[in-house]
Design a protein. Structure first.
Length: 146
């Protein structure tokens, strides 16, 4: 008889644990955020762009949505064929972020003033205007400007 009671208690405990796990999963899903990250510095002039792309990748892996807006010298973060000698390749991070589902847009005015054309952007990055940036900000739960 005692063994049956143990098994009955085990089933109750198991069900309670499953219920608590499911409740946590639902709570975690509800906490997912949309981040809009603005990168305004060149890829290798400061560490800030590198820090932001690592944050973006981490946020995506955690199930969050990420938008990135490249502005000012930050447009060069999205340039194809980057080959830095002594730095981690930010362009590779951008490709990984795109593969994880991020939306990345570059300021068209900034591109024009710096002589960067659409074909020089990493595949998957779109040229946009301030209206596109505004849309990204309106959608975001948090906006990070670096």
């Amino acid at each position: 008889m005692k063994k049956l009671i143990i098994f009955k208690n085990y089933d109750i405990i198991k069900n309670v644990i499953i219920y608590k796990i499911e409740k946590r999963i639902i709570a975690m899903e509800e906490k997912k955020k949309t981040f809009t990250i603005v990168i305004g510095d060149g890829a290798y002039s400061k560490e800030r762009p590198y820090t932001m792309v690592r944050f973006a990748y981490t946020a995506l892996l955690d199930g969050n949505k990420v938008n990135i807006f490249l502005v000012e010298d930050g447009i060069f973060v999205g340039k194809k064929n980057q080959d830095p000698n002594i730095f981690d390749n930010v362009g590779k991070w951008i490709k990984d972020i795109l593969e994880e589902g991020a939306m990345i847009k570059a300021c068209g005015v900034c591109m024009k003033s710096r002589g960067l054309i659409d074909d020089e952007l990493i595949d998957g990055i779109e040229k946009t205007t301030m209206n596109g940036f505004l849309d990204m900000c309106m959608e975001a739960d948090n906006i990070l400007f670096a």
